[in-house]
Design a protein around this ligand. Sequence first.
Ligand code: GDP
Length: 459
Amino acid sequence: MYIKDTIVAISTALGEGAIGIVRLSGEEAVQIANKIIKGKNLEKVPSHTIHYAHVQDYHHHQIIDEVMVSVMLSPRTFTREDVVEINCHGGIIAVQQVLEAAMDAGARLAEPGEFTKRAFLNGRIDLSQAEAVMDLIEAKTSKAMQASVNQLQGSLSHKISSLRQKMLDTLAQVEVTIDYPEYDDVEELSSHQLLTTAQQVKAEINDLLQQAQHGKLFREGINTAIIGRPNVGKSSLLNVLTGYDKAIVTDIAGTTRDTVEEFVNVRGVPLHLIDTAGIRQTDEIVEQIGVTKSREVMKKADLIILILNQSEPLNETDIELLTLTEDKNRIILLNKQDLEPVVTQAQLEQYVDKTDLILTSMTEESGLDELEQQIYHRFFSGNIQTQDVTYLLNSRHVQLLKQAIQSLDEVIQGIELSLPVDLIQIDFTRAWDLLGEITGESVQDELLNKLFSQFCLGK
Ligand code: GDP
């Protein structure tokens, strides 16, 4: 595919970083950059070299910034086009001025994800790899990052391609069988071939989906609710988990406190803490409101941490919360162990399974190791370290895989009902097409645009 214009964008995160990068890609990347660079003729330098220079305003030739410029010529670049990267030093204003200078000199501001889109359109990466770039940018833990890197290197693509190849081989065999009708049992033989492959491919897709369960948790975090009546130690736990100094990093004055999101990393497991704003508001919330709120929060939670205060008798709210969480994935902390005990374990036994109960003291930070261990074991059966998170599937992948399974099921049913082979082939081919959409081999333009527009600007 031929893409004409040269695009430009700021590739680094906007902020007070020491260095900001303005990146150009396209046929005229070098010529355009050359118009604003002073002190070096970029059209004369070898590919993949970096040079000290100055950037100047396109119209008035005023110096904007002292820079290092990399020139990378097609095709050994991210987009497979000519790429120029200008490393600016002068903070955010300079980066923006350099961007504007490049636009004045003839480059067009890139749309979000357009660099990656070009990499895809020029055949440098496939669609699942392009999505991995996006995941890499958003990766919240190192495990998720590692899986994105794997995917970027093509692990999902390889897997899908090998499944599709297997299906294609089968389709070819069926064609051959049908073309040589000297066999008496053509229909039966073909059906058998289709059935075997459909079953094998279905099993492998199911494996992939299984892995996706973990992938989703890594990607989005485990939705975790910390509940309990006032003063039991909820915000103390929150502080221990997030680290005292971090508080609410995403809390910007004026934004609704309800949307504050916090992630903590427990032994490589990302927890997405729900409603931390509610917890941090230590105002005298009436207990009943507390319960109503807890109900709401609980609905969204994959994991509930219910805190009780062992230094005071259990009250109605405690019992209500214990009952409400009965069937949930919950961990109960019997907190304030450093104080005189009032509530005993024996007393709790009618409500709580012993394995769900952990004795803690937030002030002495005891019992927290056990809590972390519980979380870790619950979700990953204790082997997260060795678990290979090779595939990170997003919801688009999962949907396509499920649809493919549906088509394969139709193949299998069709064969059981002895439908004619050419009808069965239609479903089989549809499954093959659906898998192709994952890697972008059979994907429509509209979808492409939608996908790439989710990228950050400059990627
Ligand atoms: P929340 O209302 O549930 O968020 O409870 P807080 O975390 O604000 O704690 C209420 C009070 O209990 C604070 O003064 C904490 O310092 C104290 N607290 C929390 N956990 C413990 C604990 O394990 N032992 C003792 N002695 N005090 C605790």
